[in-house]
Design a protein around this ligand. Structure first.
Ligand SMILES: Nc1nc2c(c(=O)[nH]1)N[C@H]1C(S)=C(S)[C@@H](COP(=O)(O)O)O[C@H]1N2
Ligand SMILES: [Mo]
Length: 502
C-alpha cells in the first residue's frame, strides 16, 4: 500500500499533465478547444482588479505571458492529479484497467467539460491514459520488482512524456507554418449593398496627411497589422458571420435579434475613428485610427423601445467582456464589420464590434453579442477592476519614438499625432526650450470625420540639446491637462517631454 505521495509520483503526475497539455495543443492548436484556453479565461476573470491594473502598467502586453504560464501550470496540475488518482486506484484495487479508465475518463470529462469540445478532448485524455498505464508500478514500492527496474520504467515514462510534448509542439508548429494551412490575412469586405466608397475614403484620408521625412511614422490611418490590441483573453473568440447575431435584451418591450445579413443590409457608412485605451501610458502606443465600415446603432436602439429606469445598457462581447454606459451615448455609436476595407479581423472583434465616438477604447466592444437594457447602473468589466474608462477621452499630443528625424539640411523634424475625441484637435503647441516659449505645429488637413486624430509636424534648427514639450488644444479651446497622472483609473494626463539633440 502506498504511504503518502513520493517525489516519483510528482514527476509522473507532471509528466502526465504535460503530455495532456501537449496532446491537446497538438489536436487543437492555439484555439478555444485547447484545454488551457478556458482555464486562462477563468484566471483572467478571477484575478483581482488591482493586480490586473499593476500588471498592465508594469508589464504591458507581457502580462499575457504571465497568466498563460499560470494557466498552463494549473492545467498540468489538474491532469497530473487525475493520473495520480488513477495510479492510486490501480494500487488499491490491483486492477490496472480500473485505474487507467478512471484517469482517462476523468481527463476526457475535464477537457470536454472546460472546452465544450468532446472530440479534441481526446487529445488531452489519451496521453494521460498512456502515461498512467506506463507509470503504474513505476513509483510505489512494489516488492515484486527490483528497484532498478522500477526506476528505469519511471525514467522511460517521464522522458517519453516530455519527448512527446516537445514533438507535439514542434509538429503543430510545422502544420501551422505550412503555407497551405495559413489563411491569406484578412478577408475582403462582405458584400454590403454600398460597401464601395471605402477606397475613396482611404484616399481622402491619405491626402489629408502631412508629408514627413520619416516614413516609419503612422499616417492618418494605422495599417491593420499595426493597430494596437487590448483583449481580456489571450485567445480571440471565433465567431463566423453566419453564426453571429446581436440580441437586444433586458428592459425592452420588443426584444429583437439581428443577424449579420440583416445588419449589412442597413445603410452603410465608412467612418474614420481613432481608438485610445485608458490604460495607455502618456506617450504609449495604444492610440490608432482606422476607417471602419458599418452602420449607425441609433435606429436599431429606437426600434426596441428601451424601457429601463437608468437609461443605461450593458454591452456584451462573446469573450464575456461587458461594459455599461448611457443609452444615448450608445445611440451615437456605430456597428462595424469592416476595417480599412477588409472584413473586421478576429483580433479586432470579427464579425461585428461597437465603436463609440470620443469615448475610451474599452467602450468599443468587440465580438458584440448582446445589448442588455438595464434598470439600474452596474459596473462593467474594467469598472469592477477599479478603472473609470467609460467616459470621454482626455486630450493628448504624442511625440512618438520615430517622430524625431534629422533632415538632410541638418534641421530636426518633430512629428506625431494628437487626439481629443469628438472635441477635435484645434492646435498643437511645441516648445523646444523646456516650455519657456511655444509655437504652433503644422497640422494635417481637417477631414469630415468627427472622432479622429490629427498629425502634427514642426521643424527647427537644432543647436545642441533641446528639451522638447508638446501639448494640444482641443476644439473647445481647452489645453491638454498639464499635471501628470497615471493611466489608472481614468487615463494618463500630462505633457509629453523629450530631450532631443546630442
Ligand atoms: N469583447 C471585448 N471588447 C473589447 C475588449 C475586450 O477585451 N473584449 N477590450 C477593450 C479595450 S480595453 C480596448 S482599448 C479596445 C481595443 O480595441 P482593439 O483591440 O481593436 O484595438 O477594445 C475594447 N473592446
Ligand atoms: Mo482599453
Amino acid at each position: 500500500m502506498p504511504t503518502g505521495i513520493t517525489g516519483r509520483d510528482f514527476l509522473l503526475a507532471g509528466a502526465a499533465g504535460t503530455a495532456a497539455v501537449a496532446g491537446s495543443y497538438l489536436v487543437a492548436g492555439w484555439s478555444r478547444s485547447f484545454v488551457v484556453a478556458p482555464l486562462d479565461q477563468a484566471i483572467v476573470n478571477l484575478t483581482p482588479g488591482p493586480i490586473v491594473t499593476v500588471a498592465i502598467e508594469t508589464l504591458g502586453d507581457d502580462g499575457h505571458l504571465l497568466h498563460v504560464a499560470l494557466a498552463i501550470a494549473v492545467t498540468i496540475g489538474l491532469f497530473g492529479s487525475l493520473s495520480l488518482s488513477g495510479r492510486w486506484i490501480t494500487t488499491r484495487t490491483d486492477r490496472l484497467s480500473l485505474g487507467v479508465a478512471a484517469a482517462g475518463g476523468g481527463s476526457w470529462l475535464l477537457a470536454a467539460g472546460v472546452t465544450g469540445a468532446p472530440v479534441p478532448a481526446l487529445g488531452a485524455a489519451l496521453p494521460v491514459i498512456a502515461v498512467t498505464a506506463l507509470g503504474s508500478g513505476a513509483s510505489t514500492s512494489d516488492d515484486a520488482q527490483p528497484v532498478d527496474a522500477v526506476r528505469r520504467r519511471m525514467l522511460r515514462t517521464v522522458s517519453g512524456s516530455f519527448a512527446f510534448a516537445v514533438a507535439a509542439v514542434i509538429g503543430r508548429h510545422a502544420v501551422e507554418a505550412d503555407p497551405g494551412a495559413e489563411d491569406d490575412g484578412p478577408e475582403s469586405l462582405p458584400d454590403a449593398p454600398q460597401s464601395d466608397g471605402i477606397e475613396t475614403r482611404l484616399r481622402e484620408l491619405d491626402s489629408a496627411a502631412i508629408a514627413l521625412e520619416s516614413d516609419d511614422l503612422l499616417g492618418m490611418v494605422s495599417p491593420i497589422g499595426e493597430f494596437y490590441n487590448v483583449d481580456i483573453a489571450q485567445l480571440d473568440p471565433e465567431v463566423t458571420a453566419s453564426e453571429w447575431s446581436l440580441t437586444f435584451a433586458g428592459e425592452t418591450d420588443s426584444k429583437r435579434t439581428v443577424t449579420f445579413d440583416d445588419l449589412i443590409e442597413r445603410p452603410v457608412e465608412h467612418r474614420a475613428i481613432s481608438l485610445r485605451c485608458v490604460g495607455e501610458r502618456l506617450n504609449g502606443r495604444k492610440l490608432d485610427t482606422a476607417v471602419w465600415t458599418g452602420t449607425p446603432i441609433r435606429p436599431l436602439i429606437e426600434s426596441v423601445d428601451p424601457a429601463g429606469d437608468c437609461n443605461c445598457a450593458m454591452v456584451h462581447g462573446e469573450d464575456d467582456y461587458y461594459v455599461q454606459f448611457p443609452v444615448d451615448v450608445l445611440a451615437e455609436g456605430f456597428l462595424a464589420w469592416g476595417m480599412n476595407g477588409k472584413a473586421l479581423p478576429a483580433s479586432h472583434g470579427h464579425p461585428v464590434r461597437v465603436l463609440i465616438p470620443g469615448h475610451w477604447g474599452e467602450t468599443n466592444v468587440k465580438w458584440l453579442s448582446e445589448i442588455e437594457l438595464l434598470n439600474v447602473e452596474e459596473d462593467g468589466y474594467w469598472e469592477e477592476r477599479g478603472w473609470e474608462g467609460t467616459g470621454e477621452v482626455k486630450t493628448v499630443a504624442k511625440l512618438w519614438d520615430e517622430g524625431v528625424t534629422e533632415l538632410p539640411d541638418g534641421r530636426i523634424e518633430l512629428a506625431g499625432h494628437a487626439y481629443a475625441g469628438t472635441r477635435g484637435v484645434e492646435r498643437v503647441e511645441i516648445s523646444t526650450d523646456g516650455g519657456e516659449s511655444w509655437t504652433d505645429a503644422t497640422l494635417s488637413d481637417p477631414v469630415p470625420d468627427v472622432d479622429i486624430w490629427r498629425q502634427w509636424r514642426h521643424v527647427f534648427d537644432s543647436d545642441g540639446t533641446h528639451e522638447v514639450v508638446v501639448r494640444a488644444v482641443d476644439g473647445e479651446g481647452n489645453r491638454q491637462i498639464r499635471e501628470a497622472s497615471d493611466p489608472s483609473p481614468s487615463g494618463a494626463s500630462g505633457w509629453v517631454r523629450r530631450t532631443v539633440g546630442e
